[in-house]
Write a protein that binds this ligand. Structure first.
Ligand SMILES: [Zn+2]
Length: 345
């Protein structure tokens, strides 16, 4: 899982995916026939098959983060989010500011120290606009080093806790890992495989939209994190998925209803190969599958998910066996893609 750790810790906010793209491209290069980067920064890796259907796999490589929106005279940096955050999870985090030089900083709320707060101030809810980054150097120097638009990401490592891995950007680097390992493990396949590390998913599935238009796939297979709300504060109804119960075959989310023939095919693979799996409905949240499905005259598409706790925080947690189950399902999906009957009965 060294590769997963590296993927988790390498920065890449939407539109500034170059550091993570370079890591992925180095891993995929020996496994594929050709590779290109398109206009929106999608990495499209093609692996030759034997005349089978064109299968586009998409795992988004961008992560939620910030751009520097304003630097004041004292050097405090205000933030433009790229992707969705709950401000309550951000207070007192450490960040990396990827400007002219990389700087370390702290993310703090614009408020008085706790000693000086009265009850009313203490109870106030926090907004993203209340937060700023302090890199601890003089204002003029910060202005030089941190031009507007500078990417800012969390300064967190990815840790192996035994059964689980926890780190930043597991959404969706865990799926990038799954995609790489599935391609690495491929035996014979007729499908023409397009493994796409997509850009700008977190701001609205933008990379996958154009990548799918270019690839023109017969089948779309998106890979993403899904919520595992199997924690205090969650209920059985809203659980979505459970950590440790296997890969998650998506039925629908708010961007797509997965093609029922691909859902059935995925289930059949898991049953036949003894791959632990769970079925998933995500009431809110989209995936690249939604973009691929609506390309040109339509593409049968599905999303396969890896259950993840604490999505969109710095402590995104995945279970190693779920990750392996997802790798196994995706690999078999590609190897059997030519058997899928896509006629309507
Ligand atoms: Zn995601």
């Amino acid at each position: 899982m060294e590769l997963l750790k590296q993927l988790s810790e390498t920065p890449g906010i939407p539109s500034r995916e170059e550091p993570i793209r370079n890591v992925i491209s180095a891993e995929l290069a020996p496994l594929v026939t050709a590779m290109e980067v398109d206009a929106l920064g999608n990495l499209i890796a093609y692996r030759k098959g034997n005349g089978g259907p064109k299968v586009m796999i998409a795992a988004h490589m961008d992560q939620i983060g910030f751009m520097a929106r304003h630097v004041d005279d004292n050097g405090f940096i205000r933030l433009q989010p790229v992707g969705g955050f709950d401000p309550r999870t951000l207070v007192a985090q450490r960040v990396r500011v990827h400007g002219e030089e990389e700087l370390s900083g702290v993310l703090m709320p614009a408020t008085k120290p706790t000693h000086l707060l009265d009850d009313a101030e203490r109870g106030k809810s926090l907004k993203l606009d209340d937060l700023f980054v302090d890199v601890g150097i003089a204002g003029e120097r910060v202005k030089e080093l941190v031009p507007l638009g500078t990417p800012i990401t969390f300064d967190r490592t990815c840790n192996d806790l035994g059964e689980v891995m926890v780190g930043p950007a597991m959404d969706d680097r865990v799926s990038v890992y799954v995609m790489i390992e599935a391609v690495r493990g491929l035996t014979e396949h007729q499908a023409e495989v397009y493994a796409v590390a997509s850009s700008q998913e977190e701001v609205g599935l933008r990379g996958a939209t154009v990548a799918a238009f270019g690839v023109e796939p017969d089948i779309g297979l998106a890979l993403d994190s899904t919520l595992a709300v199997d924690i205090p504060g969650g209920t059985d109804v809203d659980r979505v998925s459970k950590l440790g119960d296997g890969t998650a075959i998506k039925i629908m989310d708010s961007s797509l209803i997965c093609d029922p023939r691909l859902v059935a095919h995925s289930r059949k693979i898991c049953e036949a190969e003894d791959i632990p799996y769970q079925m998933e409905i995500l009431p809110r949240g989209g995936t690249d599958g939604g973009a691929i499905q609506r390309t040109r005259d339509g593409v049968p598409s599905i999303t396969i998910s890896t259950p993840t706790r604490y999505v969109h925080t710095v402590n995104e947690m995945v279970n190693k066996q779920d990750v392996q189950a997802t790798v196994d399902l995706v690999r078999r999906f590609i190897e059997t893609a030519h058997e899928i009957d896509l006629s309507w009965s």
